[in-house]
Design a binder for this molecule. Structure first.
Ligand SMILES: Nc1ncnc2c1ncn2[C@@H]1O[C@H](COP(=O)(O)OP(=O)(O)OP(=O)(O)O)[C@@H](O)[C@H]1O
Ligand SMILES: C[C@@](O)(CCO)CC(=O)[O-]
Ligand SMILES: [Mg+2]
Length: 396
């Protein structure tokens, strides 16, 4: 163990275009948001591994001696994961009583944690307590699973000494090297595989690197020049599971390949046209025509997502209410409820936004204007964590 206590955080994300299609090798554009997940890891001498997840009311501990036998016969400690250790996952499912088809919030969080802990610390299981708290709504399309997995990955690798201890004396926050970030990202992807089933990797890439990026078949291209966009986020609060939605789209593609493939292709073209428009906006300055294009692309993509079967009546309501104010919206993330984004123009009047927000709140939704492009995973000193967050993390 490298240190007695460490803090890390990672941001959530919005997908501008390309959710679901990205799972099938198409282009997506995604950007980090200013809502973060925070993790505190303490090394202890209790002989136990403890996890505290106050957002989902989960507080559990295991004796290390009870976990050790799960590693019997399994591969040596993985330094750089390429794929899930199916045998260990099976043993873990038996140990925890979590079935293959479970999408239960707590079960998925616990399984991802125990799997990552056991594979990172396989050579010598350490006694630790991990506490995670997030500003992100859980399971609402803003990449809460990815932020959770990126935090777990960074903290466990750091505590194990597989990535460098970062903070110098008096330093409040710091980021790892490119190679270390790539390792964090690959481990986080393993956690996403456990929670999602078949993730594209876009969400953990944003949680790791932060900023605005283009994601295509595992290739990550940062888009640092993108103009600042004003985005209104709406949480319909309709619960959904990314795993279930992703698998539903796959079934639809298998059932109607010749119908669905052009839809995925068209979404990819939407992402590329959006990227091209953003480039022009950055080069020549944004014009009203650029915003017209961005709005039309949002409408087109929302229709495509409905064709894929990941819409929801609550998201239709969001689109209808905002359109009545001249604003354009689409779902973001896996859909089926959860969150949507509404593009605001630079000149959109506060009174217009306020009246949209009031109407959306009357539907039972939460709304807030978000700032995009937050930094990716970071290590912090306790002094860098806000007192409210620190109070929660330190209460376990
Ligand atoms: N703060 C948290 N504490 C514990 N577990 C969490 C937390 N945030 C997310 N999770 C885990 O992630 C799961 C939600 O992942 P899911 O992929 O369905 O939604 P999302 O990541 O919020 O949305 P999307 O994947 O569409 O962006 C939860 O069921 C839980 O297992
Ligand atoms: C629905 C999806 O495309 C985005 C979820 O935020 C799934 C994925 O890319 O892993
Ligand atoms: Mg997720």
């Amino acid at each position: 163990m490298q240190s007695r206590e460490l803090f890390v955080s990672a941001p959530g994300k919005v997908i501008l275009h390309g959710e679901h299609s990205v799972v099938h090798g198409k282009v997506a554009l995604a950007v980090s948001v200013n809502l973060r997940t925070y993790l505190r890891l303490q090394s202890t001498s209790s002989g136990q591994v403890c996890i505290n997840l106050p957002n989902i009311d989960t507080f559990l501990s295991w004796e290390i001696t009870a976990l050790q036998p799960l590693l019997a016969g399994s591969k040596a400690e993985q330094r750089d994961p390429k794929e899930l250790d199916a045998d260990l996952l099976k043993k873990l499912r038996e140990f925890t009583g979590i079935s293959d088809d479970s999408t239960d919030t707590r079960s998925m969080a616990v399984l991802a944690f125990l799997y990552m802990y056991l594979t990172v610390f396989a050579e010598s299981l350490a006694s630790i307590t991990v506490s995670v708290w997030s500003e992100l709504p859980t399971g609402a399309g803003l990449g809460s699973s990815a932020a959770y997995n990126v935090c777990l990955s960074a903290a466990l690798l750091s505590a194990r000494g597989n990535i460098s201890p970062l903070l110098m004396a008096q330093q409040e926050s710091a980021r790892w090297s490119k190679d270390e970030m790539e390792l964090i990202n690959r481990w986080a992807f393993m956690g996403e595989k456990i929670i999602h089933g078949n993730p594209s990797g876009v969400d953990n890439a944003v949680g790791t690197w932060g900023g605005f990026l283009r994601y295509h078949s595992g290739n990550i291209t940062p888009l640092s020049w993108v103009p600042i966009l004003r985005i209104l986020l709406t949480n319909t609060k309709v619960p959904r599971s990314t795993k279930v939605l992703v698998s539903g789209v796959k079934d639809k593609i298998n059932k109607f390949p010749s119908v669905m493939r052009p839809v995925l292709e068209s979404v990819s073209a939407v992402s590329c046209t959006c990227e091209q428009t953003l480039t022009e906006m950055a080069e020549h300055g944004p014009s009203a025509e650029h915003y017209n294009i961005l709005e039309e692309l949002i409408d087109i993509n929302q229709h495509h997502l409905n064709v894929m079967g990941v819409g929801h009546s609550s998201l239709d309501t969001l689109c209808r209410v905002t359109l009545s104010k001249g604003l354009h919206s689409k779902l973001t993330g896996a859909g089926g409820g959860g969150c949507g984004i509404t593009l605001l123009r630079p000149e959109t009047d506060t009174s217009v936004i306020q009246s949209a927000v009031e109407e959306l709140k009357a539907c039972g939704f939460d709304c807030w204007e978000t700032s995009i492009g937050a930094p990716g995973v970071q290590q912090h000193s306790s002094a860098a964590i806000s007192p409210d967050v620190l109070k929660i993390l330190n209460s376990y």
